[in-house]
Design a binder for this molecule. Structure first.
Ligand code: ARG
Length: 404
């Protein structure tokens, strides 16, 4: 028989599912459960989570504002690589999990608990991300994933369990399963229900933080973004903290219908899934960051970054944030950003965020070199002739062989 568990730290959203999990943990393990609710800028009032947890007899309720840490230490480092999973997804949910896991582990250490629990289901990526992060941060901690352990096998059974334990079920949660929504400062992700059929067009009412580009303002809006060593630091000349900056761009982007994505992606655990994402600020930052890199990064450095990016993205998507290979690539990426400073002007217009100008004190762009006027330095047209000749040599041999 396993040793009795004394304390469990639960990642608690305050929603129906994690409330049921909280009750189930208390019942099943007859131990103290400490709840941890992270404020990642999900745009929801989090105090109700405190009241709810207290209602279930939780004595130690932790609600922690992690917004600055989230943007500074997780989103911005990821942005430095222009990270996209499968060419399109900005990883809004993927990047939040290691942060939540980090704090679960920290609280567990602080209170002397050796078990943490999460409410991710048994079919998704999030369970993998939570657990791999916990493994990497503290190998002695055990993990309970109720969705994989209990006997509840359906939505109906879940609601029955709630009824039986007098857990209040909000009226909108009574019928069929709701959309599975995950929101934070980087994105809102919506999955499930009608979206499970990739042939169905996503209804407009599922979008929560972006307007339909068709209904966006007729007038474009220009916004400038200042960068320092690869990270955005100012909007329209005003210096801002990471979280304040992203909040501001989410607001601007949402108004112009920027950052919507309807995607069928490949989950790590082996199935395809369809989701709708809204990443207004992230979409603006991605385009702006490429804009500032275009004048500050050397070609080979830039292309090398682009080569490793898909692998880096996959590491984050699959839950390997706290893994040696991700840290190695991060070191490479960070090293490339030393001179990625300056300002980019963006035009926001009906769903698009386009770079319209860029300046940098450390620009590599040379008007002198590119100009059609006779240039003063280093470039001799005769060099180009030889350059093309030598590059063409092997193509000539190849063509001769093909003709033969
Ligand atoms: N499919 C996305 C991902 O794996 C979003 C997951 C959202 N999570 C959720 N619990 N609804 O990163």
């Amino acid at each position: 028989m396993a040793r009795k568990i004394e304390k469990i730290v639960l990642a608690y959203s305050g929603g129906l599912d994690t409330s049921i999990i909280l009750k189930w943990l208390e019942e099943t393990y007859e131990c103290e459960v400490v709840t941890f609710t992270a404020d990642l800028g999900q745009g929801e009032e989090l105090e109700p989570a405190r009241v709810k947890a207290a209602m279930f007899g939780v004595k130690d309720v932790r609600i922690v504002d992690l917004r600055e840490e989230f943007v500074r230490d997780f989103i911005f480092p990821m942005l430095r690589a222009n990270t996209l999973y499968e060419g399109q997804y900005l990883l809004g949910s993927s990047i939040a999990r290691p942060l939540i896991a980090k704090h679960l582990v920290a609280i567990a250490k602080e209170i002397g608990a050796d078990v943490v629990a999460h409410g991710a289901t048994g079919k998704g990526n999030d369970q993998v991300r939570f657990e791999l992060a916990v493994n990497a941060l503290d190998p002695s901690i055990k993990i309970i994933a109720p969705w994989r352990q209990w006997n509840i096998r359906s939505r109906t059974q879940l609601l029955e369990y709630a009824e039986k334990h007098r857990i209040p079920v909000p009226s909108d949660k009574r019928g069929e399963a709701p959309f599975s929504i995950d929101a934070n400062l980087l994105h809102t992700s919506t999955e499930g229900k009608i979206l499970e059929n990739p042939a169905e067009v996503a209804p407009d009412h599922i979008y929560r933080r972006t307007i339909d580009p068709v209904d966006a303002p007729e007038a474009p809006e220009i916004v400038t973004i200042g960068f320092e060593s690869g990270d955005p630091v100012a909007v329209n000349g005003k210096a801002m903290t990471p979280a304040a900056l992203l909040t501001e761009l989410n607001e601007l982007g949402g108004r112009h219908g920027i950052g919507r994505l309807d995607l069928v992606e490949n989950r790590f655990i082996g199935m395809k899934s369809r989701g709708v994402y809204e990443t207004p600020g992230g979409a603006i930052l991605l385009a702006a960051h490429r804009g500032i890199e275009s004048i500050t990064l050397d070609r080979a450095a830039s292309h090398l970054k682009d080569e490793i990016m898909p692998r880096y993205a996959e590491m984050i998507y699959n839950g390997f944030w706290f893994a040696p290979e991700r840290e190695m690539l991060q070191a490479l990426i960070d090293r490339s950003q030393v001179c990625v400073s300056g300002e980019v002007a963006m035009r926001l217009y009906k769903g698009s965020a386009s770079v319209i100008s860029r300046t940098s004190p450390s620009s590599l762009y040379s008007s002198d070199l590119v100009s059609f006027e006779e240039s003063s330095i280093a470039y001799d047209h005769h060099d180009a002739e030889g350059f093309i000749k030598l590059n063409g040599l092997r193509l000539k041999s190849w063509a001769v062989r093909n003709i033969r």
